[in-house]
Design a protein around this ligand. Structure first.
Ligand code: MG
Length: 223
């Protein structure tokens, strides 16, 4: 059985969450710290001046989806060296348990998974610190996606195939517009989280209080 109908309403079975700046607030500064460490890694490894780093990162995002994907494809770097340096952070110094998010997650009648462009050990640590690890049946990280990740289409399909479902059987929540658009391309009804520009994006929430309502709305419309 894939998706199923209750009283004429199409019900998705899974809700797939992005991690960074989606399951924790961007104001925490955690992702900014990781970004600074990525910048440092690029500067040192490629021996480029500070001013070149952001240009390079934009080029990698545009052409390879992620900075790591670009660094591997263009410079054959060892992804494990990159991960070790970029994610060497004290997560607990940036985040604290989120009982409100726990409450929302506990009320959602959908199976839950995390699909992140970050590495597994770090994803697990973030979920533990937030005290929401137990809600998620599956975690998909950048290594699972062969260091490609969102918004590369192959990564969405690898996740769907592992879950044994099709795009129509799940929803995606992500704060990055490109990843939301990528999800839609893969056939997943995808919701933008937060205040990023949403050109061409149909569904958006600004906070978790809006999540149950938008799911009800989507399920009514896709019936
Ligand atoms: Mg994110």
């Amino acid at each position: 059985m894939s998706s199923f109908r209750i009283g004429g309403i199409m019900k998705q079975r899974y809700l797939i969450f992005d991690l960074d700046n989606t399951l924790y607030p961007k104001e925490s500064g955690l992702l900014k710290q990781i970004d600074r460490q990525i910048d440092g890694f690029i500067k040192r490894t490629l021996k480029v001046p500070e001013t070149e780093v952001s240009k390079l990162r934009r080029y990698y995002w545009k052409n390879y989806g992620t900075t790591l994907g670009g660094m591997v494809a263009c410079h054959n770097i060892n992804p494990l060296d990159y991960i070790k340096e970029a994610y060497n952070v004290d997560v607990a110094a940036f985040l604290k348990p989120d009982p409100y998010l726990s409450e929302i997650l506990s009320k959602l009648d959908l199976k839950k998974a995390v699909f992140s462009n970050s590495p597994l050990e770090y994803v697990e640590e973030v979920l533990e610190v937030l005290k929401i690890r137990s809600f998620f049946e599956k975690i998909y990280d950048i290594q699972f996606c062969n260091y490609l990740g969102k918004p590369n289409q192959s990564s969405y399909f690898k996740v769907l195939s592992d879950l044994g479902i099709e795009g129509k059987d799940c929803l995606l929540l992500d704060d990055t517009p490109a990843n939301v658009i990528g999800g839609e391309k893969a056939g997943i009804t995808s919701i933008l989280y937060g205040d990023a520009p949403a050109d061409g994006i149909k569904w958006r929430i600004y906070n978790y209080a809006e999540l149950p309502g938008i799911i009800t709305k989507i399920q009514a419309q896709t019936a």
